[in-house]
Design a protein around this ligand. Sequence first.
Ligand code: G3P
Ligand code: MG
Length: 250
Amino acid sequence: MTKIIAHRGLSAIAPENTFYSFNPMVDYDLDWFETDVSITADGELVLLHDDRLDRTTDHNGEISAQLFDDIIDADAGSWFGPEFAQASLLTMDDLTQFVSQTGMNLNLELKGITGPNCSALADQLVAKLVPYLRNINSQVNLIISSFSPIMLLKLHAAAPELAYAVLYDEHQFLDDWQLIADACDAQYIHLDQVDATPENINAIHARGFQVNVYTVNDIETVNYLTTLGVDGVFTDVAHQLVARKVPAMA
Ligand code: G3P
Ligand code: MG
């Protein structure tokens, strides 16, 4: 059975990584979602996909250069539509509460940290994150993923008991892929759909890893990947791929 993983929540119908895209997941038979975590200059954890605030909020600049108090009131919804103007950035406290309330399984993606203070910030991100992850992992299934081997290795050193996934950018899944996966004791490989060939999927399975594929927004490709035996797909349109639990009001 291929898992349907709501990518940044129901991000095709509401602003990604906010309660507007998270809360409606509950109305569907969805049991997995993905979100992204980053860190501010003063060490607070915020759910944000991009390195910068510009695309998805009314603020600008790199998240790792901002103070938490300066950004936490940002409007994280108007970029998507005026009806979402009340959407705010979410924290790890918000995420933990959402998971506790819904019981949904989580793939948390750690963003790589760049900039002059990146090593110290990465260490701070790991130190702050571990208690949250242990709490979440005690309640639901949790997969930690990252494109950044450094982030995976740092977090794995601090919390080896968690489940890890190595994320590969488009066309970056190369012959030596298992080196990083073994170094962080990963159980999952996360591939861009262009790299989700039968050969790659079979090779990953043959070595005992599961494979989840991103970001697949058309049903034909989801069906095709299912026939190839992928273990999960990330999609912005999870609501279209599963049955609604509660009939929509007329
Ligand atoms: O983890 C799957 C997917 O989220 C990776 O790509 O850029 O959407 O975070 P991105
Ligand atoms: Mg992501």
